[in-house]
Design a protein around this ligand. Structure first.
Ligand SMILES: CC/C=C/CC(=O)SCCNC(=O)CCNC(=O)[C@H](O)C(C)(C)COP(=O)(O)OP(=O)(O)OC[C@H]1O[C@@H](n2cnc3c(N)ncnc32)[C@H](O)[C@@H]1OP(=O)(O)O
Length: 721
């Protein structure tokens, strides 16, 4: 794990733990022994720590945080490095992150390649740099930089690191050669002033002012997160306490964070996000054994909000788009909107003016499908109507070259049904973007019974190219995202009918960690949108909708949203929805007594007795109903693994990352407790089929010990329990 070699008067310790050279137990052991060996080796005058392969070192092995600690700790290793009688130079290329940067700060000198990335990302997994990083960095850079870098977790480049004194020198080429040349200048120099534990924080005098400023900022930016606050406190300690006292306190704070539910959730999320692109189909095809087709040109059908947003994603990634819209006025408007979105990106420094111009050149408007004959992939984004989509796919099948992939941005409709309108069902797939498509990171790719592995590989790869987090799911009504979110929203509305007000439900869920409650989201996305979908569904089922009903086809429903629609309250766009909005601050929701009156009248008319709904009930009914549906989705293999569902909730519905997602939340509450509560709700609300307990959940909950998440799917076909 650490290669030891001697080159003339230098000992080279090469960390060799692919893919990211994480500081596992064996790496720590190897470095410790290497320093010892080099100090005992009479030929050696200086020691270089370097990384084999693509990177120096990306920090502690995160998986080891969840198992009992073994062997030498990072601090013990670090002290061995700092105490070395022979100078230690860290030669950095690729990444020096977290514990990797700490190793570099224990070293006496640091040289780096100009493309290296440096940082303390621990806060992103709910931790602080616990091997004296918060005590050493301020001694090098001063307090302001250290507070910002450690509490934000941002990665910065070698130039910035050099400017703040972290690096002694930067080179263009091979960093090991640079370290060798550098060693000639420093061999024989006294080491004490290079040992950071012997130095002081230079700008310690105004530490409290800097701390308060930084604290106010992070409380605004990272609402509800503990780690950024403890990061700041530990940096403050570096200026107020002796080195040893501050280091001891850092270790205590690190221990507190390590066992915190937020860090456990964030560490889970780190790996869940990385597992999502590793897709697998029932036929055995998977990401590792399937080659995607190269997509060079695309077409997008429909220049509404979704179509325009999808076009932005594609051209921003350098992929040409023909945007087809038969309504010329809408097409002109969409092209203006796309241009405005890209100008916004330039203003936010997310792209240069030159990149904006280049992207816009990749966009071409067209009024007929015929223009799509030669493209490699088409994404249809017309409104949600099965017959319309089938007709478009039927035409595309005749117009497009035989290799063109045909994708639908449907959020609910059966991919098999759409595919059956073509002669190429193997090349038909769902690509469900989330609004606004150019901002939301989730792409829910949906395969049908006949979708080929190559088609799947191609949409997963395309998603990655355009910067999305892709999750693959199997077709069914509403797929995973909308299907598991539906009971969450329904329960929120039922509770308003039973006694809560929209703002009560929103506040509870926001305190839980959702950035916006469901009623604020509904005002943002438009109450008319939901109304139109309900009308479409009713039309398709031949139903006559009325406001004076509580049940439809044996299912409990609520018509509160339809009443708002009838009042012309469509949400933010009309200045009124579940909340009201002042023209001076049109985004700020204000609770509206008129809505409360409407709800009370509705309840009186329907004979519903209102009651107080406790916060715990709001959380349980919203989340447990979503969890129950998620287990069904898993049981039916619509989602391949629980992590996929959680990633969908994080990136599609902004579920707090530290909460993991509904499946992780269930695992933390305990499946027995979740199941029991679901059974109680099922008894209490027999007309809501989302409370019928999932068989998979029943099996898992009846096991004598809690089954870990990675074993859940093994119980799907098991009849043992
Ligand atoms: C008391 C001591 C305290 C120490 C604190 C720490 O050091 S905490 C750890 C700090 N470091 C990090 O948080 C870095 C996390 N990793 C990353 O940000 C990225 O992985 C990367 C290093 C920037 C590389 O990104 P890239 O996109 O190139 O690759 P992946 O992210 O896909 O990762 C490749 C595989 O490596 C696994 N992995 C990455 N980092 C770690 C890690 N620190 N520990 C364990 N495993 C890690 C990652 O899961 C991928 O593996 P898969 O099998 O594909 O999932």
């Amino acid at each position: 794990m650490v290669d030891y070699s001697v080159d003339r008067n230098l000992a080279i310790l090469g960390i060799n733990n692919p893919p990211v050279n994480a500081l596992s137990f064996h790496v720590r052991e190897g470095l410790f022994n290497g320093i010892k060996q080099a100090n005992a080796d009479r030929r050696v005058e200086a020691i270089v720590i370097t990384g084999k392969g693509k990177t120096y070192c990306s920090g502690a092995d995160i998986r080891e945080f969840s198992i009992p600690s073994a062997g030498k700790g990072l601090v013990t290793l670090g002290h061995r490095i700092e105490d070395s009688d022979k100078p230690v130079i860290s030669a950095i290329h690729g990444n020096a992150l977290g514990g990797g940067l700490e190793i570099a700060l224990f070293s006496h000198y640091r040289v780096a390649n100009k493309n290296a990335k440096i940082g303390f990302p621990e806060v992103l997994i709910g931790l602080l740099p616990g091997a004296e990083g918060t005590i050493r960095l301020p001694r090098v850079t001063g307090l302001a930089f250290a507070m910002d870098a450690i509490a934000s977790g941002r990665r910065f480049d070698a130039q910035e690191a050099h400017k703040h004194g972290i690096l002694d020198t930067i080179c263009d080429g091979d960093v090991l050669q640079e370290a060798k040349a550098f060693s000639k200048k420093i061999i024989g120099q006294p080491l004490d002033q290079r040992r950071l534990s012997k130095t002081h924080v230079k700008d310690a005098a105004d530490v409290d002012i800097k701390f308060e400023e930084a604290l106010a900022q992070i409380k605004r930016k990272y609402r509800g997160l503990i780690a950024p606050i403890l990061c700041l406190k530990s940096v403050r300690n570096s200026a107020k306490m002796s080195f040893d006292e501050a280091a001891a306190e850092e270790m205590r704070l690190f221990g507190e964070l390590l066992t915190s539910s937020q860090s456990i959730g964030l560490r889970y999320s780190f790996f869940a996000e990385r597992s999502a692109p590793k897709w697998k189909l029932p036929c055995g095809a998977c990401a590792d054994n399937t080659t995607p087709v190269d997509v060079k040109t695309t077409g997008v059908i429909g220049a509404g909000t979704m179509g325009s947003g999808i076009a932005v994603c594609l051209i921003r990634a350098g992929i040409p788009v023909i945007l087809v819209e038969k309504n010329q006025k809408m097409l002109d408007q969409a092209i203006k909107t796309i241009s405005r979105i890209l100008t916004g990106s330039v203003k936010l420094n997310r792209m240069t003016e030159k990149q904006r111009e280049h992207s816009l050149k990749l966009l071409k408007g067209a009024s007929t499908l015929d223009e799509l004959a030669g493209v490699d992939m088409v994404i249809e984004a017309v409104y949600e109507n099965l017959e319309l989509k089938r007709e478009i796919f039927h035409q595309l099948d005749k117009i497009c070259k035989s290799s063109t992939l045909l994708c639908s941005n449907t959020s609910t409709l059966d991919i098999d049904n759409i595919a059956s309108a073509t002669q190429r069902p193997d090349k038909v797939v769902g690509t469900h973007f989330f609004a606004p498509a150019y901002i939301m990171r989730l792409l829910e790719n949906v395969y049908g019974t006949k979708t080929s592995p190559t088609t799947v590989a191609t949409v997963m790869e395309l998603g990655k190219r355009i910067g999305k987090i892709c999750v693959l799911v199997k077709t069914c009504y509403a797929f995973v995202a909308n299907r598991t979110n539906q009971p969450f929203g329904a329960e929120a509305s039922f509770m308003v009918e039973e006694g809560a007000l929209p703002q009560d439900v929103d506040t509870v869920l926001e305190n839980f960690g959702m950035p916006m409650g469901p009623f604020k989201v509904s005002d943002l996305s438009g109450i008319d949108v939901g109304w139109r979908i309900r009308q479409e569904v009713a039309k398709a089922l031949g139903l006559k909708l009325t406001l004076e009903t509580r049940y439809r086809m044996g299912e409990r429903i609520t018509t509160l949203a339809d009443r708002l629609y009838e009042m012309g309250r469509y949400g933010i766009k009309t200045g009124k929805g579940w909340y009201r909005y002042e023209p001076t601050n049109p985004r700020k929701p204000i609770p509206d007594p008129d809505v409360a009156k409407m709800i009370q009248k509705h309840c009186m008319d329907m004979g519903i007795e209102r009651r107080n709904i406790p916060a715990q009930e709001v959380i349980e009914r919203c989340l447990f109903s979503a969890i129950n549906e998620s287990f069904r989705v898993l049981e039916q293999r619509i989602a391949e693994k629980p992590e996929d569902i959680d990633v969908i909730w994080q990136y599609g519905f902004s579920f707090p990352r530290y909460g993991g997602g509904p499946m992780f939340y269930a695992s933390q509450v305990g499946l027995k407790k979740v199941f029991e509560k679901i059974c109680i709700f099922h008894e209490q609300f027999p007309y809501s089929s989302h409370w019928v307990p999932s068989d998979l959940l029943r099996k898992l909950a009846s096991h004598s010990t809690e089954i870990p998440m990675d074993k859940w799917t093994q119980f799907i076909s098991s009849s043992k329990l």
